[in-house]
Design a protein around this ligand. Sequence first.
Ligand code: SIN
Length: 531
Amino acid sequence: MIPEYLISFNTKDLKKEKVDFLIVGGGLSGLVVAYELRDFNTLLIFKNGKEGSCSYNAQGGIAVAINEGDTPYLHKKDTLEVGYYLNDENAVDILVNEGIERIKEVINMGFSFDKKDGEFHFAKEGGHSKNRILHSNGDAIGKSITDFYFKKILESNIKILDNYFLIDLISVEDKITGAIVLDETKNEIFLIQARGYILSTGGAGMVFQETTNPSYITGDGIAIAFRRNAEIIDIEFYQFHPTTLYIAGAPRFLISESVRGEGGILRNVNGDRFMIDYHPSGELAPRDVVSRAIIDQMKKTNSNCVYLDLTHLKKEYIKERFPQIYNFCKKYGIEPSKNLIPVRPAAHFLNGGIKTDIWGRTNIENLFACGECACTGVHGANRLASNSLLECLVFGKRVGIKLKEENLKLIDIDFKYSFHKKMDVLIDKEDLRRSIRSLMWRNVGIERDQESLKYAFEKLNEWKKYAFWKEFYDRIGFETLNMLIVANLITQSALIRKESRGTHYRKDYPIQNDQDWKKHIILSKNGVEIK
Ligand code: SIN
């Protein structure tokens, strides 16, 4: 049984801070909301430094239909095709059309994208019918654009608190009335009260053993929202990025899809090019197709990786176009213009999440969500490459606009909670995290079936039986319980969906079944809804 809250507390005893808006998460969507709410008493908290978000680490770029010969219609068409038509079409229309306005806005604010001969350079990535990826500092769009917004925010009155971890939101009758926050530096718990609460906490890559995500991405916002009875939708659709560096001891560093867009070739351990056997677009097929093809090749050749071949590209070109990737590979003794880069897939992006409307509103009053933890339905069953930072710009702005319009009131309450039946059980948090990650990778990964999913579901439920009787007092403990909740939701949803679609591939149901399954699975504390 999942506890209502992760700790015992009495709001009367806690130090309090009152603000207009509380934003949790320092990735691009949170920063965009904060910037939009800069004229209010807005507080932005995050747990892990500005470098700790997935946005900061993004490499490829931002997709936008402004190149010659491109149109929002074509961008929409590609987004729907790659999303296997499970997308919310209205959300996609907003993304591709307002995306153009947001890109123009950010350029007018002073942000610069890379140019070639004085014109924007548009890169190509998987699933795109046109070259439409704007990039910055080669392969460093994430760092460039989050630094840009941080600078803007630091120049405003917005208050930023780093090393602050949201333990739980408090709700009374499905209204959020406060946030219980841990100040990790002082090891102090306090209460923040706001008129509106915005979750922009990112995905949950850390529930899988292999992930491109930084180590803090533990699904906190999704687990917190679930505890508050928010609806969680499409969570079985976890995208696996095909190409992350695979060297023993090195992090699963992303080797951007734009590397394949600039001519990178995938070869198996025997040196054979294989992608063309799987999809007419070859290396630039949608990500789900490339990831499964790599797994297939690894099985067929009995090897634990495939290789990305850039040896036909000039060293100076690779260095200039992909400086981060070049330097990272070099540190591990790989010179990309001479050596093949060992790669394999890793968990990358959560397509589903906290269900929101097109303004970021959840089913809980005062609670908004945006970015990867949220799901407007824009991505469907698989996200088109480089649509995620665009999503942050578009839907982050919308959340800010809506919060300014809505006349939300701060609700002052006294609230007391005693942690449900406590048990003094010793738990090695690191071991539990490792176990969750390994279980998920082996059983709920790129390929799943009834047997593997059922096994994972039962194991997770066994672990929940004792882990949830434990009252933790530190971030790692809280994160571990959040991971357990999110892993459980992903597995439950994947068990229910008896078809293959996009990033959800069931070996026992390999066919897409539109008749029965062009539907969404919504999980909440009230149960399961399929519609
Ligand atoms: C990449 O550079 O391949 C990642 C971009 C994305 O996730 O869309």
